[in-house]
Design a protein around this ligand. Structure first.
Ligand SMILES: Nc1nc2c(ncn2[C@@H]2O[C@H](COP(=O)(O)OP(=O)(O)OP(=O)(O)O)[C@@H](O)[C@H]2O)c(=O)[nH]1
Ligand SMILES: [Mg+2]
Length: 455
């Protein structure tokens, strides 16, 4: 039996936001305008073989009058459910109370109730009519306090809601992490015995998907780094002059293609987390106009000092730095004299971007080539930006409608959280990528950098 939940409450209290978050669906209409949801919308959520349905509903508009209508038709508790059923088929009620008809229909059809209130606004007795009507339906129910602007009135709400609902939780629609979301579903296995096993299957499916996603994300990131670091464009020409004239054209194409490759992998990441409408803005990579503006490169990825440490850890400057255990400590950075810096700067090639090459072909004619990227910071730039987008997506829910700005996002902090062996493996792998050498262990090297999945 597939569990079904109707999300109900006052207008404009985050009902649709909660549906969007739980269903991980960013196409649901959400707005500051009261009365945005006018019709019920059922969202069927599938996770592997498990599934459940969420029903977004319009808010209560005239609960006091509806309750009065019902009270006239039920003299004792046993007659209340029939009074609600006759309300749904009454033609006058359909005309006068379309919102209440909409929202009560799925509940009478068997959906459990998730009642949503705003914890930043004070409690008022006008909510009692809504809660009373919901109680009359006899369905399993719980209440969520959504602190839209602040948590000022949560305690007051808890006191009131506790009298109508067995389970009351604080649930922030735009922040709730996976475990919090699962706790809402799990609460219903206490309230509905017949849904126990379906809900247990769902919770397992969510956790499995979460683990699988981390693997998929590491693979996507590895694919981006491999493709972008190896990327080159070339074109044949008959004469040397023609080939030389191609330089500018190839440069422009090369940087445009790199930007497209990066963007495509960011789009794949967003879709894999079910963000189909989210716009993410990415700062431009330095283009051919400022190809040699190396300062532009070091504002992303790693800075010079960090790159020097990376070089040391990858073994490139092993001669200069005898004791790798000092790497990362202030002692190590202090010990780097000008000579060491000069030696390692050649290794990370901050001055070099992608070289333009001209080759004479054995069959006659010439080939002009742009790329692959020689700048040692390049994989770090891509890495930092991808990880920043991933972090942003993990920390938001599908209820938000604002766009995101992707930057390098403190890559060094993320690298510093790895243990020394992991850091060394990462720097080595990225060095191999830069040198166009095979890097078989890339996925496993990148995985520890990914946030544990929360959505
Ligand atoms: N900051 C913040 N804003 C929220 C939260 N939940 C909802 N909102 C905002 O509150 C407004 C109403 O949210 P909706 O989800 O559309 O509310 P609703 O209850 O479905 O509204 P109707 O369909 O009009 O009844 C939107 O502008 C949301 O972005 C929250 O937890 N935090
Ligand atoms: Mg709505």
């Amino acid at each position: 039996m597939t569990p079904r939940f109707a999300v109900v409450g006052h207008p404009n209290k985050g009902k649709s936001s909660i549906v969007a978050t739980l269903a991980q669906n960013d196409s649901i209409a959400i707005s500051t305008q009261s009365g945005t949801t006018k019709q019920c919308q059922q969202i069927d959520v599938k996770i592997g073989k498990a599934g459940y349905s969420l029903i977004d509903t319009p808010g209560f508009q005239r609960p006091t009058r509806v309750l009065a209508w019902l009270q006239e038709r039920a003299s004792s508790a046993d007659k209340r459910i029939d009074a609600v059923k006759s309300f749904l088929v009454d033609q006058d009620c359909q005309r006068l109370f379309p919102d209440e008809i909409q929202l009560l229909t799925p509940i009478i059809d068997g959906a459990a109730i998730i009642y949503v209130v705003d914890g930043s606004r004070p409690y008022g007795s006008e909510y009692e009519a809504e809660m009373e009507i919901l109680r009359w339906t006899g369905q399993a129910s719980l209440a969520l306090i959504n602190p839209i602007e602040n948590e000022n009135h949560i305690i007051q709400w808890q006191h009131a809601l506790g009298q109508y609902f067995k389970v009351v939780k604080v649930f922030n629609a735009v922040q709730a992490e996976l475990e919090k979301q699962l706790s809402v579903l799990q609460a219903f296995s206490q309230l509905r015995d017949d849904w126990k096993s379906a809900i247990a299957d769902l919770v397992n499916a969510y956790r499995e998907r979460s683990a699988q996603r981390q693997d998929d994300t590491a693979e996507l990131l590895a694919a981006l780094l491999t493709k972008a670091c190896a990327y080159r464009v070339s074109q044949k020409a008959l004469t040397q002059e023609q080939a030389t004239a191609l330089k500018q054209v190839l440069e422009i194409r090369y940087f445009k293609d790199l930007a497209d490759i990066e963007q495509a992998h960011h789009e794949s990441l967003k879709s894999s987390l079910f963000y189909h409408h989210l716009k993410s803005n990415l700062d431009d990579l330095p283009d051919s106009g400022n190809l040699f503006d190396t300062e532009k490169w070091v504002i992303w990825g790693l800075n010079r000092k960090q790159l020097t440490v990376a070089a040391a850890m990858a073994g490139a400057a092993a001669g200069a730095i005898a004791d790798l255990s000092l790497v990362g400590s202030s002692l190590f950075l202090g010990a780097l004299g000008g000579g060491t810096l000069a030696a390692t700067s050649a290794w990370f090639g901050a001055e070099k971007l992608a070289g333009f090459k001209l080759k004479g072909l054995p069959v006659g004619g010439y080939a002009a080539q742009q790329g692959p990227m020689q700048n040692r910071n390049f994989p770090y730039v891509l890495l930092g930006r991808f990880l920043h987008l991933e972090e942003i997506l993990q920390n938001r829910t599908h209820a938000r409608r604002d766009s995101v700005q992707v930057t390098e996002g403190k890559l060094q902090n993320k690298i510093s959280k790895l243990n020394e062996r992991q850091q060394k493996e990462l720097h080595k792998a990225l060095e191999r990528l830069s040198k166009q050498k095979p890097t078989d262990d890339l996925v496993s090297v990148l995985k520890p950098l990914l946030a544990t999945d929360t959505a």
